[in-house]
Design a binder for this molecule. Structure first.
Ligand code: SR1
Ligand code: MG
Length: 395
């Protein structure tokens, strides 16, 4: 369906400041500066600060195409409203981990929100070697709360379906379906990788067991409506410090399988586990344990205290569900590892490795671990995954 963009106008630094003043979110007499700081793939982000008080706000604007792909990939402006609504929804369940939205405008595709510039994007922080002692505990709690509170175990099933209708997000889901679940697994479809990875890529394309498992995972992504997901929960979607964690950018939000958010975060920790050595690697293993423990503990607490389903006390139901989430998550994590290595959207964790031999070794390991996760997801748990990672140390 084509969208009418007649009321849409791209913001500039000047018009962003005018808007902030008009909304009364900054002092009209203040000396303000504005920088466009968006480094993501899809949107523009304006950071407005009062040069005296240093207080700021963020204005995020979507454009009618994917910024990174250019105007050849038109993209709905509705994603801005989905993002604003998802932030509001998620914040109602875990205000400690989600920024506040001050204003949104569907026509201009704008979300005005809390300034988080005292925090750092986690992908950058982890690459820089910063420590985040509470990060994985926080993200485990965040995923458990958003997954439980938006599910049929908490909402009336008819109310859940109504929420799901508001978060129908076909165009952003299509990006995931193509970029994560399709293109990387077929030689003839678009891809982007270093020539030295050709044999490793061919191993995946020619492995019919992997391709079949990816088909099953893609089907799960397309058809299961377990909970309202963030939909793009990689470490570039998280701001943090040693004590604080905020999850941003839920424009890919939709009702899907809980394992997808769990898998995205797991995979993005794994890039660090693969590229680090010694104590740094052990630190990421601790993150994996903390994340999964926090998720399972919080989800179990919510299940026991607030589950409305008549089946809640049935022996084995909760363990069945937690095992399902984990199996799905490991499979989705495998797809994420592979797509960030041979697909169209790479990650800095791997690309910042300057030494070519080390970089290719890290990317080869990433592809092997991705394949392993997809094939073995049914029988794996976190300790077994960590053991497998220990077998693959960089030269
Ligand atoms: C064209 S968008 C590529 C990727 O960037 C986003 O953050 C999502 O991860 C998407 O797959
Ligand atoms: Mg994003």
């Amino acid at each position: 369906m084509t969208q009418n963009h007649s009321n849409f106008k791209r913001l500039t630094n000047e018009t962003a400041i005018t808007l902030a003043k008009k909304l009364g979110l900054v002092n009209a007499d203040a000396n303000l500066k504005c920088n466009e700081i968006g480094d993501g793939n899809l949107n523009y982000v304006f950071h407005i600060t009062d040069t005296v008080t240093n207080k700021g706000i963020i204005i995020k604007q979507a454009v009618p195409y994917a910024k990174v792909l250019g105007e050849s990939w038109p993209l709905t402006l509705k994603r801005a409203a989905i993002e604003a609504n998802a932030l509001i929804h998620f914040r109602s369940y875990c205000p400690e981990f989600v920024p506040q939205v001050y204003y949104s405008d569907e026509q201009l595709a704008i979300t005005v929100m809390e300034d988080l510039s005292h925090l750092k994007i986690v992908r950058t922080g982890l690459i820089d070697g910063d420590s985040y002692p509470l990060l994985s505990q926080h993200i485990g709690e965040y995923v458990a709360k958003t997954a439980f509170y938006t599910s049929d175990y908490h909402l009336e099933p008819s109310a859940k379906k109504e929420v799901a209708r508001h978060f129908t997000n076909p165009e952003l889901c299509k990006i995931t379906e193509v970029f994560i679940f399709t293109d990387p697994f077929f030689e003839e479809l678009p891809g982007d990788f270093e020539v030295e990875l050709t044999d490793a890529a061919k191993n995946i394309w020619n492995d019919q067991e992997v391709i079949l498992e990816v088909a099953k995972l893609k089907q799960s992504f397309e058809t299961e409506q377990e909970a309202l997901l963030h939909g793009d929960l990689h470490t570039g979607s998280i701001f943090a410090s040693e004590t604080e964690t905020k999850v941003i950018d839920p424009e890919f939000a939709f009702y899907g399988p809980v394992g997808f958010d769990l898998g995205q975060y797991t995979a993005n920790l794994l890039f660090q586990a693969i590229t680090r050595n010694g104590a740094g690697k052990e630190e990421i293993f601790s993150h994996l344990h903390e994340f999964w423990n926090a998720f399972e503990e919080t989800y179990t607490e919510l299940w026991e205290a607030q589950n409305k389903s008549p089946f809640r006390h049935v022996k084995g139901y909760l363990p069945y569900l937690l095992t399902k989430f984990k199996k799905d998550a490991f499979g989705f994590a495998g797809c994420e590892l592979i797509r960030r290595t041979i697909g169209l959207s790479h990650v800095a964790d791997l690309n910042v490795i300057e030494d070519k031999v080390s970089r290719i070794a890290a990317k080869t390991s990433t592809l092997e671990i991705g394949t392993f996760l997809i094939k073995k997801r049914e029988e794996l748990d976190v300790p077994a995954l960590i053991e497998a990672l220990k077998q693959r140390t960089l030269p």
